[in-house]
Design a protein around this ligand. Structure first.
Ligand code: ZN
Length: 200
């Protein structure tokens, strides 16, 4: 068995067997032809959905740029799409993240911010925690004057089970530094991202 067949102390065979157990629990026969390859596919999907555990989010922001010709205004990246899974039901959370920061001499490549979002999203999550983790990562790496992170998420554990409410999205935010202390900075950020404004 190769290394890639064992992750975090679990053999692939065990992981596939766990999927068969859930199929049986649901009322299915895992030996039925249409389901024969399902455990393998599910385990492979998990490898992708939870790839964030293999990633060091801080490392994405290790390379910063200081030559910004004195640029000292807010930098905002909005509508970063993400797919995550809630840690309570292992059900998908689909949404968008908006990130803003007020640099203190150092900026980072914008694709790197999207990478940070992905690193935290591709784990079992609680939306509040993910919001704080993204903000904390940017704060650690760039020591900016302020950071704002707003996350919108539709939770399938709420739309497909339980209360069955569709079209509901949860919005969470973490504001640090000037985004927390200065109402004008915060307002400027919220205006840029238009959360709660007209649907695009
Ligand atoms: Zn849930």
């Amino acid at each position: 068995m190769s290394d890639s067949d064992r992750r975090h102390g679990v053999d692939r065979v065990q992981a596939e067997e766990a999927v068969r157990t859930l199929l049986r629990w649901s009322g299915e026969d895992p030996a039925r032809e249409g389901l024969l390859d399902t455990p393998r596919r599910v385990v492979e999907a998990y490898t992708e959905w939870f790839s964030g555990y293999e990633v060091d989010a801080d490392a994405y922001l290790a390379r910063t740029f200081e030559e910004v010709a004195g640029y000292d205004e807010m930098i905002v990246l909005r509508d970063i799409e993400y797919e995550s899974h809630c840690e309570h039901h292992m059900a998908p959370i689909i949404g968008k993240v908006h990130v803003g920061y007020l640099p203190r001499g150092k900026v980072v490549g914008i694709s790197k911010l999207a990478r940070v979002v992905e690193a935290y999203a591709k784990r079992f999550q609680v939306q509040e925690k993910m919001t704080a983790q993204i903000a904390g990562c940017i704060q650690r790496a760039l020591s900016p004057l302020g950071v704002g992170v707003v996350v919108e998420g539709a939770h399938e554990c709420m739309t497909t089970r339980g209360v069955h409410k569709r079209g509901v999205s949860m919005i969470t935010s973490t504001m640090l530094g000037s985004f927390r202390e200065d109402a004008r900075t915060r307002a400027e950020f919220l205006r840029f991202i238009e959360v709660g404004g007209p649907r695009r």
